[in-house]
Write a protein that binds this ligand. Structure first.
Ligand SMILES: Cc1cc2nc3c(=O)[nH]c(=O)nc-3n(C[C@H](O)[C@H](O)[C@H](O)COP(=O)(O)O)c2cc1C
Length: 223
């Protein structure tokens, strides 16, 4: 009984100890850690086990700087346009969003999670039998995003388990997704869904930061 309680507390602490890390130490990630993170990703569930994903490892400083450049360039041109149109609220918002879009800058490793179409697989054909042509593409894309998100969460938890820090990143994709996809040679049948930055970090950095969750009673209903 006592053992069970300790186990529950450990599990709960493990999940709540995962914090988004945006500042990293200049230390390489061991290749066996990279393999563990990737392996945790491929064990995510997917409909009919279609596994509609692939992962791109970006760990050369030049490549990471190049992504940062594409985003900075985009932020710069948005800011210029907002200034020319006297949209000063937007200028402030664009400036603030830089922190979130460039949160990977000091990371030694970025994983790009790419979703793939599975229209021709048995599961894709099954969806095709249920939905008209226009909708089936939407359904297939929505399911793909769910699968990639599950792979992403597996990876983030594995990163935490390994004592590393990570952060899921959508902002770079919203700002410069097309250019980043070109840079990473992502094909037209594929979609860049998420970036995950990974790195060693100064311990204590995340514990000090306030992060909360809505109360369970506000998000759960029992039927
Ligand atoms: C789909 C998704 C996209 C996110 N995009 C960004 C992002 O672009 N930049 C960023 O700094 N954080 C991003 N985050 C991290 C969230 O801001 C973070 O998870 C949230 O504030 C809760 O904090 P915690 O992860 O430390 O618990 C993203 C998280 C998710 C799940």
């Amino acid at each position: 009984m006592i053992q069970e309680k300790i186990f529950q507390e450990d599990v709960s602490r493990f999940f709540s100890s995962r914090r988004s890390v945006r500042k990293y130490l200049n230390t390489e990630i061991a290749s066996e850690d990279i393999m563990s993170i990737l392996t945790s990703g491929i064990w995510a569930p997917s409909p009919g086990n279609v596994q509609p994903w692939r992962f791109i490892i970006i760990n050369k400083k030049n490549s990471i700087n190049r992504l940062a450049y594409l985003i900075t360039e985009n932020l710069h041109s948005r800011r210029q346009t907002a200034e020319e149109n006297n949209c000063f609220n937007n200028v402030a918002l664009i400036r603030a969003s830089g922190k979130y879009a460039l949160a990977f800058k000091s990371a030694p490793l970025i994983i790009a999670l790419v979703g793939k179409s599975y229209k021709k697989s048995p599961t894709g054909r099954l969806f095709g039998a249920f939905f008209p042509d226009k909708d089936v593409n939407t359904v297939i894309r929505e399911e793909m995003i769910k699968c990639v998100s599950m792979a992403a969460q597996n990876m983030l938890l594995c990163i935490n388990y390994l004592g590393l820090g990570g952060c899921a990143l959508s902002a770079p994709i919203y700002l410069a997704g097309r250019k980043i996809s070109e840079e990473l040679q992502i094909g037209l049948e594929e979609e860049l869904v998420l970036l995950i930055s990974v790195g060693h970090y100064e311990k204590g950095q995340t514990e000090k930061r306030f992060s909360s969750r809505k109360k369970l009673e506000n998000v759960v209903s029992w039927l």
